[in-house]
Design a binder for this molecule. Structure first.
Ligand code: C5P
Length: 319
């Protein structure tokens, strides 16, 4: 059943010509580094992070409908609500541009929600880029990023995708050159971590000086290769302290043979990087046999992540 969220009657299903529907993959992210520099007066935290898109994705379908309606359907019932960032992203675009055209968006969720992988934020950024194309709005990259920042701190990154430096609250994003492709093993402990709670748990001793992110950015720019032993996440120790399952999963990943393990964002998902599949596969198999929730993904470049949008709709970044 299609969820009608914006006036009007339900449109006749199937009335849209096939060629007018297009699909978008909204890729998840990991934080290769996450430095938290301190708490700001607005209650947010000042960040320095290198984020990377990975090949775990939600799928969105977009098509035009008549009468200026916004129709939205998500296949996860608890996410099929007007609070979904997808719906809010449509409202932001309408408010910013005055566009009254109708759209139907279908969202097939595969990235776990509240996992630290930015699934909802990626969906929202995909909506901004897709409406820019569908409605021929010609919004520039800076405008898309400003709209994205209104939706959430992780959303601006996904307007760029690929590998990027993220600063401020999350609204300052700088494209970095693509990393060499790597395998990314993801393990999600079977709990949800609230992002505000993870940030609230920080004390001043947890704040970092941003050097880990600066070093990683320098290494990516100079040699293209990140030093895998230099990855940090300022939120990780407190989350592991409050949620022993996360610490246990981290230990399980290491015991299975992963050398470089970090938590992504505010968690609880942990990731491990591997240059080759030969190195990643036995670790993946061990964790699968333990009945854990694991994915073996890979890094996704900016060009691949944004391929569907073409140069006219994308953020038009220079590195
Ligand atoms: O921006 P977003 O709504 O995704 O942030 C969720 C929560 O995470 C914020 O309300 C805040 O508690 C915390 N946060 C933060 N500093 C950031 C980003 C998020 O404290 N830079």
């Amino acid at each position: 059943m299609l969820n009608m969220l914006h006036g009007g009657a339900i449109g006749k299903m199937g009335s849209t010509r096939a060629e007018e529907r297009f699909f978008v993959r909204a890729y998840a992210k990991i934080n290769l580094t996450l430095d938290v520099l301190g708490r700001r007066s607005d209650g947010y935290h000042e960040l320095a992070s290198v984020m990377q898109t990975v090949a775990l994705s939600d799928t969105l379908a977009f098509c035009s409908v008549e009468d200026g309606r916004t129709e939205f359907f998500c296949d996860v019932p608890t996410l099929n609500t007007p609070e979904n960032l997808v719906y809010r992203a449509v409202q932001e675009v309408r408010a910013a541009t005055g566009c009254q055209r109708g759209v139907r968006i279908e969202l097939h969720k595969q990235t776990p929600a509240q996992g630290g992988l930015g699934g909802g934020s990626s969906d929202a950024a995909s909506v901004l880029l897709a409406l820019n194309r569908l409605w021929n709005l010609k919004l520039e990259g800076a405008r898309l990023i400003a709209l994205a920042a209104r939706l959430g701190s992780d959303v601006p990154f996904f307007v760029l995708s690929g590998t990027a430096l993220v600063e401020g609250r999350g609204e300052r994003v700088t494209a970095l050159p693509d990393l060499p492709g790597m395998w990314v093993l993801l393990l999600k402990p079977e709990i949800a971590v609230s992002t505000p709670a993870a940030f609230r748990a920080l004390t001043p001793v947890d704040y970092t000086d941003g050097q880990a992110t600066a070093r990683l950015v320098a290494a990516i720019r100079e040699s293209g290769m990140p030093p895998l032993d230099g990855l940090v996440n300022a939120l990780e120790e407190r989350v592991c302290e409050h949620y022993p399952q996360v610490a246990a999963c981290r230990a399980a990943l290491k015991a299975a043979g992963a050398r470089y393990v970090r938590m992504s964002g505010s968690g609880p998902t942990l990731f491990a990087l591997f240059p080759t599949l030969e190195e990643a596969a036995p670790v993946y198999q061990t964790l699968l046999q333990q009945g854990r929730q694991v994915w073996l993904a890979r890094t996704v470049s900016r060009a691949e992540a944004l391929a569907v949008f073409g140069p006219a709709d994308g953020p038009n970044v220079s590195i």
